[in-house]
Design a protein around this ligand. Structure first.
Ligand code: 5GP
Ligand code: ZN
Length: 115
């Protein structure tokens, strides 16, 4: 828990969110500014700032983040039509919140390459 982290505040529920998945290690909620019909954010409850800070001992945690994303895609019925996981790291990728998060985006045709 980092005092000034917006996603840590969402975990502690001091900032409200629409939770779509939660277990002991991971939480997921709808993005406040959705970029597609389905746009959820999956985070580990452990505060880690960016994907490049991951340590070998965090590998199970990241696998739980991915599993939660797959569950959400299934539940939101975009598993067959398709979906995208995005993890932005640092400035050029547009990372705005420095608590690792994976976007789960779907429900429309997406372009490639991403912008
Ligand atoms: P980034 O650009 O860091 O990969 O993505 C951060 C995401 O978090 C953005 O899509 C943004 O809309 C979302 N976000 C930022 N603040 C909040 C918030 O307070 N609540 C929710 N639900 N989403 C947020
Ligand atoms: Zn945090």
């Amino acid at each position: 828990m980092k005092e000034d982290c917006i996603f840590c505040k969402i975990i502690s529920k001091s900032i409200p969110s629409t939770i779509v998945y939660e277990d002991d290690a991971v939480m997921a909620f709808n993005d406040i500014n959705p970029q597609a019909p389905i746009h959820a954010i999956v985070i580990p409850k452990k505060h880690i700032e960016r994907i490049s800070d991951l340590r070998p001992e965090d590998s199970k945690l990241i696998s739980k983040v991915i599993s939660a994303g797959n569950k959400i895609a299934k539940e939101k019925k975009i598993a067959d039509s398709g979906y995208r996981f995005i993890i932005n790291c640092n400035k050029d990728a547009g990372q705005a919140v420095f608590h690792i998060h994976m976007h789960v985006i779907g429900g429309r045709q997406m372009g490639w390459p991403p912008g």
